[in-house]
Design a binder for this molecule. Structure first.
Ligand code: AMP
Length: 412
């Protein structure tokens, strides 16, 4: 029998962990990264349609977003008519369409790639990602991986869980357990901290936000409250920064004359899709850099090629300005966290939080930590890294299940 691996299948990134002689460890991909982008890219080579998965696929987004399929997790187990799908249609470059031939209303979403006149189901795309995860884990561990625990969003539906189980089984993975992402994080905490405790998990990833409260009970965790937002994550931060950069550029071009001979009284609004994608990409890089440094430079060349090919976007962005620009998003997450805490308090008025755990890449932003400290006190537990907690917790939970299973099989 092979090794059990915990899989955090995220909207933006996946990560995996396992237990090495009882100690949780994170699996690295071939380039030694801890996360694997949940992205599949379709391309043509020698008249054949091929695909890339993970980091290589993600790097193709700016070049060809119509063939770069990301955030597929949002569509698993969903039907085309759902509100969430409309939101995705507005935001994503690739085409989302209804499969008119689908016999039920449950799995009727297709991703259309016009360039190759093909349509693929979200389940098929997720299958490629899971196959890649299995291969990555096996080449890292140098052994077969056939048992997994997979984490799910706090708002998952049965249809989602069934589909994910099926996808994993299709690539030869036996799903020994499933649990929510925040619950898995609680297990990662429980591994380090024995004894009774009540904790909160603030999970802000690329696409979604969740906040949950858990109390340690014999054998696991009791969820006291949970609240989430399907469209609040790092992508929204990038989009908001991009809008700010577009506004700043417009202001800087006001009443100026350009190579086309015209004077733009109100300034120039950037509309070129290739340029906007490049700005969004730079926005994300700047945001990540500003988690470490106080200022960063943003540069995108030739932003108005039709008007004046010599004009670039150059801007110095400071951490203060970034925090101001995205403050509504930060505050929205804090409000949801407070509402969840209040729900927990209603259930148990004696509730007192012992620790607050942060997972999801966007929770690395210093302003978020500051606001959480101001709101919940100095209880942030920083021994679990935001990219690792969920996968590590899944691996630990898997181990707990195996121990229970073994005990049951032992003669009394
Ligand atoms: P996840 O889905 O948990 O991998 O989170 C991905 C999101 O986290 C993306 O929007 C990233 O831009 C964001 N992110 C990653 N690292 C950082 C960082 N150091 N500071 C701010 N955001 C980050």
């Amino acid at each position: 029998m092979g090794r059990l691996v915990g899989i955090d299948f995220g909207t933006t990134n996946c990560s995996m962990a396992y237990l090495d002689q009882g100690k949780p460890k994170v699996i690295l991909d071939k380039d030694r990264y801890k996360t694997i982008p949940s992205v599949v890219y379709y391309y043509k080579k020698s008249d054949e349609i091929r695909l890339m998965v993970g980091r290589a696929a993600r790097s193709k987004f700016v070049e060809n977003p119509f063939c770069t399929i990301h955030s597929i997790k949002r569509f698993i187990g969903k039907s085309f008519e759902m509100e969430e799908i409309k939101q995705a249609q507005e935001r994503y470059y690739y085409i989302i369409e209804k499969n008119e031939k689908a016999d039920s209303h449950q799995q009727d979403i297709m991703i259309k790639i016009n360039e190759y006149d093909m349509a693929i189901s979200p389940v098929e795309i997720a299958t490629y990602i899971f196959r890649y995860l299995k291969q990555t884990a096996e080449s890292f561990l140098k052994e077969t991986v056939d048992e997994v625990v997979i984490t799910m969003p706090t708002t998952y539906q049965t249809r989602y869980a069934q589909a994910i189980r099926q996808i994993a089984e299709n690539v030869g993975l036996n799903v020994v357990g499933m649990l929510t992402e925040t619950n898995a994080t609680a297990y990662a905490f429980g591994y380090i901290n024995r004894g009774d405790h009540t904790i909160a998990v603030y999970d802000l990833g690329g696409g979604t936000f969740d906040f949950s409260l858990f109390r340690r009970v014999p054998g696991g965790y009791e969820e006291l409250a949970t609240l989430g937002e399907a469209w609040l994550g790092g992508d929204d931060f990038d989009y908001t920064i991009m809008q700010y950069l577009i506004r700043e550029f417009k202001n800087s071009t006001r009443n100026k004359r350009f190579a086309d001979g015209k004077v733009y009284k109100d300034g120039i609004t950037l509309t070129n899709k290739d340029v906007l994608r490049a700005i969004q990409d730079e926005a994300e890089k700047a945001k990540i850099a500003l988690s470490e440094t106080e200022t960063t430079l943003i540069h995108v060349s030739k932003v108005i090629p039709e008007i004046d090919p010599s004009v670039d976007l150059n801007l110095k962005l400071s951490r203060d300005v970034l925090e101001y620009v995205v403050s509504d998003l930060v505050e929205k997450s804090i409000t949801i966290a407070l509402d969840a805490q209040e729900n927990g308090f209603t259930l148990d008025p004696k509730l007192k939080l012992d620790a607050l755990l942060l997972v999801g890449g966007q929770s690395r932003m210093p302003k978020i930590k500051q606001r959480l400290r101001e709101t919940f006190g100095d209880i942030i537990f920083d021994q679990i890294l935001p990219e690792e907690g969920v996968a590590i917790g899944a691996a630990i939970y898997g181990n707990v299940l195996k121990v229970v299973q073994k005990r049951k099989q032992e003669p009394q």
